[in-house]
Design a protein around this ligand. Structure first.
Ligand SMILES: Cc1cc2nc3c(=O)[nH]c(=O)nc-3n(C[C@H](O)[C@H](O)[C@H](O)COP(=O)(O)O)c2cc1C
Length: 471
């Protein structure tokens, strides 16, 4: 049994001795210790030998991973206890940031060194959420390619609103409309709450939902509950998620099956995010063996495998190869929306990586272009979905016309749900309003193009490429 008062005074002494750092112990009980931390100015609060990259310049922008690693190493060296961080929140502006560390001090089975990897995944997820909900992280030109097209509206309509049917069938399941919420969250308390809120509305609207990468829960089964929304929403069409780095070892099949079983998933999304990994300071740089393990998984796993990009698009050659491996649907995940290279640059403490993030902010095949080249390729026969910069019903309708069976959104959904979480007493639901506005916008396009069904929209809707002369 940890002696709490001894622990508190030992921690206080350690913390007070850190230069430029002010931590306050705000709560301490038998399990959780909460530390609040605020600092300002451009100095890293840790001595350089505790930073992962001593040569880099500390900056007021985010240095979270190294900061927390430094914190853990420091506590491990200076204090007689073991524990692990279970959640972290922070707010920041250019000159000030503050964080709350909640540390589980009941765990005594692992040393901090052994579990740093686990914290990294949890920290990274919360960092992604906070960065995405507070900074501009989209491609700076927002060039998803859909603005190059415009529908030719029919001037008059003889339809009533109730004549419009926007239901679709995807992977042999019927959905009320062609929208889904794409893979984002899970693994931390905050992202578990986000998943549960998204699941509630997706289940109500009868549309699919993806969870974020489950690697965190494969490493640490305690996190699985943050992904397990089907217990509450059994009818929800739920998509599991793992990154391609999970498909580069003989463990691939085992991991893929575990991810599906963990959440009773209806499909598994495998995300390709090579640019993100290459810019992420702690990212994977090794993708050898990928095709072999993807094929093994596609052969043995019952549920459909969907390959998705996260913002760089899919080229025809890769698409053909994925199809030949047995992948059953492709999400083009094109450029123009959330920029993962840029986000990793923001997260990185290394100036060179921050610069690289800026250089690659607009990298990739725009979503509309990737969709168009795959949909018009005579060799691609599997269904396509579109994510990457879809922000309203008009863009979504253009995506359907260009060949998408379904259209997914990430960032706007995350931002809406975070507003709801931050305003718990406000009855207005940003999440519900965001999705309902999208669906309404989509139906208005159907009405304006005289398309009673999505098949009508695909067949009869006329979409002009605005840079090409209109006949
Ligand atoms: C906060 C956040 C976390 C994400 N985490 C994952 C993830 O774990 N796995 C994944 O496949 N994609 C992840 N994504 C990427 C999205 O699924 C999507 O591919 C990408 O954000 C592009 O869509 P958008 O422009 O609508 O945001 C994440 C996106 C956001 C905003």
């Amino acid at each position: 049994m940890t002696d709490m008062s001894q622990l508190a005074s030992s921690l206080k002494a350690s913390i007070n001795s850190l230069p430029q750092l002010s931590f306050a112990i705000t709560t301490l009980d038998s399990r959780f210790l909460t530390l609040s931390h605020t600092t300002s100015g451009s100095h890293s609060p840790f001595p350089s030998n505790h930073q992962s990259h001593p040569s880099s310049q500390p900056s007021t922008s985010i240095t979270l991973n190294s900061l927390v690693q430094g914190f853990l190493y420091y506590l491990e060296e200076k204090t007689p206890w073991q524990g692990h961080i279970v959640d972290i929140c922070y707010k920041e502006s250019l000159t000030e940031w503050s964080r709350k560390y909640v540390v589980d001090i009941s765990s005594s089975s692992a040393t901090l060194h052994q579990t740093v990897e686990k914290y990294q995944l949890m920290l990274r997820k919360n960092e992604h959420i906070h960065i995405c909900s507070s900074l501009d992280v989209e491609h700076s030109q927002k060039h998803h390619g859909f603005d190059d097209y415009r529908f030719v509206p029919t001037t008059l309509s003889d339809m009533a609103d109730e004549d419009i049917d926007c239901s679709v069938t995807f992977l042999n399941k019927k959905f009320s409309c062609p929208f889904f919420v794409t893979s984002m969250c899970g693994g931390t308390d905050l992202s578990g709450e986000i998943n549960h809120r998204i699941a509630s509305i997706c289940s109500h609207l009868q549309i699919p939902m993806g969870v974020g990468s489950q690697r965190i829960a494969l490493d640490n089964p305690k996190c699985a509950k943050t992904f397990q929304v089907k217990k509450t929403y059994p009818k929800l069409f739920l998509m599991a998620n793992l990154g391609i780095s999970a498909f580069t070892s003989p463990q691939a099949l085992n991991h893929a099956q575990k991810a599906i079983d963990m959440i009773d998933a209806d499909a598994l999304c495998i995300h390709g995010n090579i640019l993100q990994e290459l810019i992420q300071t702690e990212g994977q740089r090794h993708f050898k063996g990928l095709w072999h393990y993807l094929e093994t998984c596609a052969t043995h796993i019952q549920q459909p495998l969907i390959f998705k990009e996260v913002g760089c698009g899919i080229d025809v050659t890769t698409a053909k190869r994925l199809q030949n491996c047995g992948i059953q649907a492709l999400d083009v995940g094109g450029a123009g929306g959330t920029s993962w290279g840029y986000i990793e640059g923001i997260r990185s403490q290394q100036t060179s990586h921050t610069e690289l993030g800026k250089h690659f902010r607009n990298w990739g095949i725009p979503t509309a272009e990737s969709l168009h080249i795959l949909a018009s390729s005579p060799d691609i026969h599997i269904p396509l979905t579109a994510t990457g910069g879809i922000r309203n019903g008009i863009t979504a309708a253009k995506a359907c016309h260009l060949g998408a069976s379904m259209v997914g959104l990430g960032l706007p959904i995350l931002q809406a749900v975070m507003k709801d979480i931050q305003q718990p007493h406000n009855a207005f639901s940003h999440l519900k309003t965001t999705l309902n506005t999208l669906i309404k916008g989509f139906r208005i396009v159907q009405h304006l193009t005289n398309s009673a069904s999505i098949d009508d929209l695909k067949r009869d809707g006329i979409l002009h490429h605005t840079s090409k002369p209109t006949p």
